[in-house]
Design a binder for this molecule. Structure first.
Ligand code: DC
Length: 240
């Protein structure tokens, strides 16, 4: 299940947003979903959800085939769904009926998720969910391989990036604003490690599709980004 935004009328298109971690892809994708009445699918949340499930079951070493097989069995039974319980009706991820939205954003999950996302059978599992979501079209998805692997025929592809120091600072500010504890250097290291793992893994590495439009938002506000996409949508599909 996933959230349908009906505000502006639904388009028959798929928008793929890929890019580095902590570039604000999900914030941007949500804004686009509201602006154009599209369904938003946070694909990274699914990799985080799988990571959380393996951590809870103490299956931390997934190089061990026994652990990986156990995780696969759990995934066959697991129900992942996005329900509209977030602020402004945003979709939040549920695992077997439990809201896991906050737990999947923890540093523990962040530290392990890139490794989990590099395992081909995990990618196959998530891709199969994404293809079901996309089959109805009218979606905006953010991730790492949406425009290159999951929906290579997406109508619009965007590749987002920003300087690592700026991304780490934004993440740091977010955690502090929520009243949490954060260490800037630790976050910066995590951002850089995730970039390296995402770009260098064998299975569906993060790369810019040749037809993806680059958006470096290092010095852009959310309003600037919305104006940027409005211009592109206007050029491609006219005013509506
Ligand atoms: O976007 P995010 O930070 O929530 O993503 C979490 C992790 O999942 C990140 O390390 C990259 C991985 N990921 C992926 O490999 N493919 C996707 N389509 C989305 C996320």
């Amino acid at each position: 299940m996933f959230v349908v935004c009906t505000k502006m009328g639904k388009r028959d298109i798929i928008i793929a947003i890929d890019g580095h971690s902590s570039t604000g892809k999900s914030t941007f994708a949500r804004a686009i979903s509201i602006r154009y009445g599209l369904t938003y699918v946070d694909t990274g949340a699914l990799y985080r959800g799988v990571t959380l499930l393996s951590q809870r079951e103490k299956l931390n070493d997934l190089k061990d085939n026994k652990n990986l097989t156990k995780l696969q069995e759990l995934l066959e039974k697991a129900v992942f769904e996005f329900l509209p319980t977030g602020p402004n009706g945003y979709g939040q991820l549920y695992l077997n009926g439990e809201n896991i939205e906050e737990e999947i954003r923890s540093i523990e999950v962040a530290q392990m998720v890139s490794k989990v996302a590099s395992i081909p059978i995990i990618r196959e599992f998530v891709d199969s969910l994404l293809k079901k979501y996309g089959a109805k079209r009218g979606v905006v998805m953010d991730g790492r391989d949406i425009g290159t692997v999951v929906f290579p025929n997406a109508n619009l592809k965007i590749f987002m990036t920003a300087k690592p120091e700026i991304r780490a600072q934004r993440r740091f500010n977010e955690i502090i604003a929520k009243g949490g504890n954060a260490n800037y250097q630790e976050i910066l290291k995590n951002v850089q490690e995730r970039d390296y793992l995402d770009e260098n893994r064998e299975s569906a590495p993060l790369k810019r599709a040749p037809d993806a439009i680059l958006l470096d938002n290092s010095y852009m506000t959310q309003k600037d980004q919305l104006r940027w996409i409005e211009k592109i949508v206007m050029e491609r599909w006219g005013s509506k």
